[in-house]
Design a protein around this ligand. Sequence first.
Ligand SMILES: [Zn+2]
Length: 324
Amino acid sequence: MNIRPRINRWTIARRNLNFATDIKSSLVQPHFVVAGSGVNQPIESMPGINRQSVDVLCETIAGDMALGITAHMLFAVVDHHDKDSTASKASLPDMPLQQAITRLRQEYGGEIVIMTDVCLCTATDHGHCGIVHNHEIDNDLTIPELCKIALSHASAGADYISASDMMDGRVKAIRNTLEEAGFTSTGILSYSVKYASAFYGPFRDAASSSPTFGDRGSHQMDIRSGYDEAILEAVSDESEGADIIMIKPAMTYLDVVRQVADAVTRPVAVYNVSGEYSMVMASTSEEQSTASLVREIFHSFKRAGADIIVSYHARATIAGNWLD
Ligand SMILES: [Zn+2]
């Protein structure tokens, strides 16, 4: 087993994220990174969330850092002409995501936590999370490609490789890849318990990552599956070397969060997903109403056992003092 408990203690920002008990310290703001410059493109189904080129993203994160939001999750939105069947461009050092990581690490050193999404779907022309072979997603052909992307993010300076693909055995393979390359302080956040949920719709719009055929039912978890399956996924990822265990979505799986939090020893994260965000945003235009809803939702995550909360509401929550 490749377990390095020091990874979660490596910097002050990582310690605050993983071990502080207040909601503010638990929040992670997601971002969508695109090519170009001066790009600040609203996402219709997710008011307040934009796709941004590296220059605009760095300004946005500077504002977030000034507010005290120190943990950031970055998703690449890859141009159509850069997509192919193996997501080969996703691991290139000059892609926008890798450039953003490099700039943010230079700017903020150990005061920022940079989490970077690793999956193939953002950069495959078929939109699937893995290598497609005979119209099926081939688990073992996919893993080396995930490792290449993970290594490129680690090389650029990511704190946590955030593996969202749900292939079997990929945490161990990514850990071994990082170890062999000497990245012994780079963490792995594993999307361990990720359901094939209908709440991801607005995200796929944001990241233009919908599959062109079929669905994600063969790798993401069945929404009907019980606690045994969730605990199996979480415990096996932990034993393979995951530093943070993620459950996604959050609001419809709070019971699973509690079960998993009780079963693992590593910090537990929840992803307050795009559909959950859009539901809240569509329900009211009054800031005080939104604030009350979000505060109540965040407390439910904490009560269920979440140490870390990834949420599109993070910035507005802190900027508006919604937790007070
Ligand atoms: Zn994917």
